[in-house]
Design a protein around this ligand. Structure first.
Ligand code: G4P
Length: 528
């Protein structure tokens, strides 16, 4: 197969949802379709369990196992599908945001009874900002839930999307009869015990076909016809270009647990979802079919074995081919590096590969060369954009608890931050270090890892911050000079040396914005 064909057949995407909406179940069913796994339950066992929230070691252990499920690849109808796992656990939201920089599209899973939930809102917002093509899957149709039209409304209102249904449920919960597949014009009947089988579909040229009444009953048939008429009247027809531009989001209904509506979703997905998309570097736009290799690190996974401090850096290939044992330029370090055992991912296994294509993810063993966001190329000096930091939600001073081990502590902090475990801020006033995290859990993880991997001890001290805002202003601006003088106590630099304002309350943030309008405050580190 030629280079261009290899690119055209790749679909690299992520599944996002609020915890419990059915992301893991859906992932598993997709793998079953690809023949990548033989039984359900395989992915699930690697999931970070809700019950483990208070036990961070258990979470770390499970995160260790989940290296295997970081990328799930399989072939379906000759398409190479790469699913990038996004942790549903709220405390790992940063991981998910970063993973979203490496996907070409996403599937959003929504629970039919719960509708749009908090985590879905946050994640979809990130995808919307980046115009990532999204397909919505409304799950758990075997249960009683919200009315389909109400849900579509809710998705539009709360998520700011423009939806158009490509399937429509016939009944729901106890009365759930199946799905009319608008995209393929057929009906898939629900028998309730289709958990592992793939249902047969009955094709229909038109819903007006009287046979429909015999199959699903007159009442259900009438209702379906009415609903489809309404769908036609209210929603615009599906438009692939609009979907690819992030302007329209097709919606499917189904039940992942019952493997229902999943084939329809997958079949449509491989047809419409984008092959690897071009990516912006600071220097220029890079397209997948350029022959020179380039890629970037979006995730670093630490080895769980404290004796080996080696890590696995996950690289998304943006252009060209990545080949084993070939030297590539590490742009930030200006060093050439060769990799003798790059890992590719297939279903739940990882194996050494000789060549990988755009859209693929390779795992590179790393002894500390990589940071999140680093670019590797054939030689060109490119720096990929799009791995911003977001304001953490928790902030604490970190103190050294063992003066003999200061060096180890700083090295440990440095490396953990490179991995993206948390963010480090250094106060301008006195150089004290502050750790910002998305979840409180990370503090325990950091403390544990510093002790066990670096032999350093730390303590924390509360530091009340409402939000970290990245500051954007001209150095010569007088207002900025005044801002820096007055707010000195609240100013810090992040790891890249960017200036950050740590607002202690919503009120002080507003007041500051009002008082210094030319000093722009951003909630993410990438605003240019
Ligand atoms: P997540 O990854 O988004 O957190 O969700 P996950 O797939 O783990 O699903 C959460 C729960 O919802 C699981 O039940 C799962 O079996 C159930 N579920 C998923 N899809 C469907 C569906 O289509 N219909 C119904 N009725 N339930 C569904 P659990 O009890 O939390 O876990 P388990 O004991 O079944 O493993």
């Amino acid at each position: 197969m030629g280079f261009e064909q290899e690119i055209a057949r790749r679909r690299t995407f992520g599944i996002i949802s609020h915890p419990d909406a059915g992301k893991t179940t859906l992932t598993e069913k997709l793998l079953l379709f690809g023949g990548a796994i033989q039984e359900a339950g395989a992915v699930k066992n690697n999931k970070i369990k809700k019950s483990a929230t208070s036990d961070f070691m258990e979470i770390e252990r499970q995160r260790g196992i989940s290296v295997a499920t970081s990328v799930l690849a399989f072939i379906y109808k000759d398409k190479k599908i790469n699913i990038l796992d996004t942790p549903g656990h709220k405390d790992f939201a940063e991981d998910t945001f970063r993973t979203l920089t490496a996907v070409d599209s996403v599937i959003v899973v929504i629970d039919v009874a719960k509708g749009v939930e908090e985590q879905t809102e946050k994640l979809v917002e990130v995808c919307r900002m980046r115009q990532i093509p999204m397909i919505v899957f409304i799950n758990k149709l075997d249960r009683e839930g919200k009315d389909a039209f109400d849900l579509l409304d809710e998705v539009e209102q709360k998520l700011g999307l423009s939806v158009t249904p490509l399937s429509f449920p016939i009944g729901m919960g106890y009365d759930f009869k199946g799905i009319y597949n608008i995209y393929e014009k057929n009906i898939n009947l629900f028998s309730g015990n289709s958990k592992s089988n793939i249902e047969d579909t009955i094709a229909f040229d038109a819903v007006s076909n009287p046979e429909l009444d015999t199959i699903i009953g007159e009442k259900a048939a009438a209702e379906l016809r009415e609903n489809l008429e309404l769908v036609n009247g209210v929603y615009p027809p599906f438009n692939t270009d609009a979907y690819l531009e992030g302007q329209q989001q097709p919606v499917f209904f189904g039940s992942a647990l019952n493997n229902f509506g999943v084939r329809e979703l997958l079949d449509c997905f491989i047809e419409i979802a984008p092959a690897p998309r071009p990516k912006k570097a600071e220097e220029r736009l890079v397209t997948a079919n350029e022959t020179d290799f380039s890629g970037f690190v979006f995730k670093i996974h630490a080895n769980m074995d404290p004796k080996h401090r080696d890590r696995l850096a996950f690289i998304k290939i943006v252009s060209g081919t990545f080949e084993r044992n070939k030297p590539y330029l590490h742009v930030r370090n200006k060093k050439k590096l060769k990799f003798s055992s790059p890992n590719a991912f297939f279903a739940e296994k990882k194996e050494i590969v000789d060549i990988s294509y755009p859209g693929d993810i390779v795992g590179l063993h790393d002894t500390g060369n990589f940071k999140i966001g680093d670019t590797l190329t054939n030689g060109e000096e490119l720096n990929y954009k799009g791995i911003p930091s977001f304001s953490p939600e928790h902030f604490r001073y970190i103190n050294n608890a063992d003066p003999m081990k200061a060096k180890q502590l700083y090295k440990g902090i440095d490396q953990l931050m490179d991995e993206g475990v948390a963010q480090l801020f250094t106060l301008e006033l006195n150089g004290r270090k502050i750790i910002g995290t998305v979840g409180a859990l990370q503090y325990e993880v950091i403390q544990y890892r510093l002790e066990h991997e670096y032999g350093a001890k730390c303590t924390y001290e509360n530091f009340p911050v409402h939000k970290a805002c990245w500051v954007d202003a001209e150095a010569a601006n007088d207002e900025f000079k005044e801002f820096k003088r007055v707010k000195q106590k609240f100013l810090a630099t992040d790891k890249r040396g960017q200036l950050v304002f740590l607002a202690d309350s919503q009120f002080s943030l507003q007041m500051t914005q009002q008082k210094y309008p030319t000093v722009k405050l951003h909630f993410t580190s990438e605003f240019k």
